[in-house]
Each structure stands twice: as C-alpha cells, then as structure tokens.
Ligand binder design. Sequence first.
Ligand SMILES: NC(=O)c1ccc[n+]([C@@H]2O[C@H](COP(=O)([O-])OP(=O)(O)OC[C@H]3O[C@@H](n4cnc5c(N)ncnc54)[C@H](OP(=O)(O)O)[C@@H]3O)[C@@H](O)[C@H]2O)c1
Length: 267
Amino acid sequence: MTLKIAFIGGGNMATALVRGLAAQTPRPALTVSEPDPAKHAAFQALGATTTTDNAAAVAGADVIVLAIKPQVAPQVVPGLAGTWTSGKLLVSILAGAPTRKLEGWLPPGARVVRAMPNTPLAIGVGMTGLVKGAHASDADLATADSLFAPMGQVLRVSDESRMDAITAVSGSGPAYFFRFAEALVDAAMALGFTRDEAVLLVGQTGKGSWQYLLESGFQATRLREQVTSPGGTTAAALAELTKADFTGLWTTALKAAEARGKELGKG
Ligand SMILES: NC(=O)c1ccc[n+]([C@@H]2O[C@H](COP(=O)([O-])OP(=O)(O)OC[C@H]3O[C@@H](n4cnc5c(N)ncnc54)[C@H](OP(=O)(O)O)[C@@H]3O)[C@@H](O)[C@H]2O)c1
C-alpha cells in the first residue's frame, strides 16, 4: 500500500525531504501544503501534489510532517485537529517543540514523533535525531526513520530530554564547522594569502582531512599524531589551542546550546 505523506510548510527542510522521498521505490504519495503558491512549482516538478489548505492535506494523509517555523505552530497545529484521526502519525521537525506540546494541540491519544534534522540533509548527508511521543509506537518510529534515512543517518533516542543534546551537537553542528572554516580562512589571510588562495588552501585541506578521517574509521588521534612531529610547526600551533583550552571551549559551547534548547522547550 502506498504511504501517503503530507508536509505542512513547504520551505527549505520540506524541499530537502521531498526530494529524497521522491527518489524512493516504492514512491510515497506526497502532498505539500504551503501558503505561498510561488513555491508550489518546485514540489510539482518532483511529482508532489500541492495545496494551500492544511486541513485538506491532513485529511488525505497517513503521515503528516510538520515543517513550519516553531513561532507559527500555536496558530497552525490546533487547526489540524479537526481532520485528525487515530490512524495518522505526526512527524515534527520543529526545533524546541516537545512532543507533549504538539500532542496537547491534537485530539487525545495523537501519535507524534519528534525529529531533529540538520541542514546537510539538503545535499543528502543529513544527521537526524528521533524520539517518540507518549502515544507513538515502535512502528511509528520506524516509519519516521524511513523519511529521513534516504537523506543521511538517523539516531533514535528513548529519552526526549536527549533531543536538546542532539540539537546542540548535530542540529546546530553544521554552524560550528562553518564557523571553523571562516576562522581558518581569516587566519590564513592574516598570513598574507588572498581570500581566494585562503579558501583553496583551507577548503581542500578540510575536504581531504575529513575524507581521510572517515576512511580511517574516525581515528582522529592517530591521524593528528601522524602530522605532529615533536618541536615542529603543527606542535607549535596545537600548543596554542591547548593553552586556550580547546576541548573545554567546545564543551562550554555545546552545553550553552543544550541549555538554550531546554529553555525554548519550556516556553
Ligand atoms: N534549518 C535548519 O537548520 C533546521 C534544522 C532542524 C530543524 N529545523 C526546523 O525545521 C522547520 C522548518 O525550517 P525551514 O528552514 O524549512 O523553514 P522555512 O524555509 O521558513 O519553511 C517554513 C515554511 O512554512 C510555511 N508556512 C508558514 N505558515 C504556514 C502555514 N500556516 N501553513 C503551512 N505552511 C506555512 C512558510 O511559508 P512562507 O515562507 O510563505 O511564510 C515556509 O515556506 C523549523 O521548525 C525548524 O525549527 C530546521
């Protein structure tokens, strides 16, 4: 039987997910409900049906993927309750929206799975955390997993409070790598390279090092030691990072992201 999936919100994340799902065999029936008709053509080109009517999209679907901004959820989600039936599953990708809040806007017993994807999903290399709400089953979790697995890797957790930690590590994570790239390019320019030269040196080194790391089975320590001769240039640079408590800085940063996630979840 063909799975019928409706997206509420047709923005960046929905686009990435629909692209991944449209390439699956058997292909699910896809509907996207999005208020801006200018965004419909891209989904239609992927074979999805489009609408501006959220309730109609929910009525015709088995799985409803909530892909709106968290700020509009209090106006949008209660509006889905009228067409909700017990056979439906809500998969929410909203940052900082606990399952109990989403369940509270829907009829009693509504099945909800919460997901935390990240932006590399857009190029098929995403990392998504998943947890089920109070009424969802293991089969629901497996259904949610199948939406994200075509676009990367999935980690399932059983304790919802871990979602704030997942948000801190992999949800926000791409920004840490991008910030690191910005800092290295700036630092290379401080050594006298043009921006283009710095981007080439940093970009190719980043690409090669990351590939090397993955191919080694993530042996970061061994590969780092290979580059670091005692008293050499790498050792001089790494000593500065140790002085600045590099690991401590990252632990503080991730704890700040986790704490902010907890705060947002309460609001
Ligand atoms: N981007 C990330 O890194 C990331 C990572 C993990 C999770 N998330 C979560 O993913 C969700 C979507 O993010 P995004 O980057 O895809 O946002 P986005 O591009 O802004 O997409 C949201 C879409 O929802 C539409 N929308 C607004 N009101 C609506 C309504 N009443 N009914 C149906 N659709 C409505 C918006 O249309 P208009 O533009 O016309 O208003 C927009 O197209 C967010 O909740 C975010 O927390 C994002």
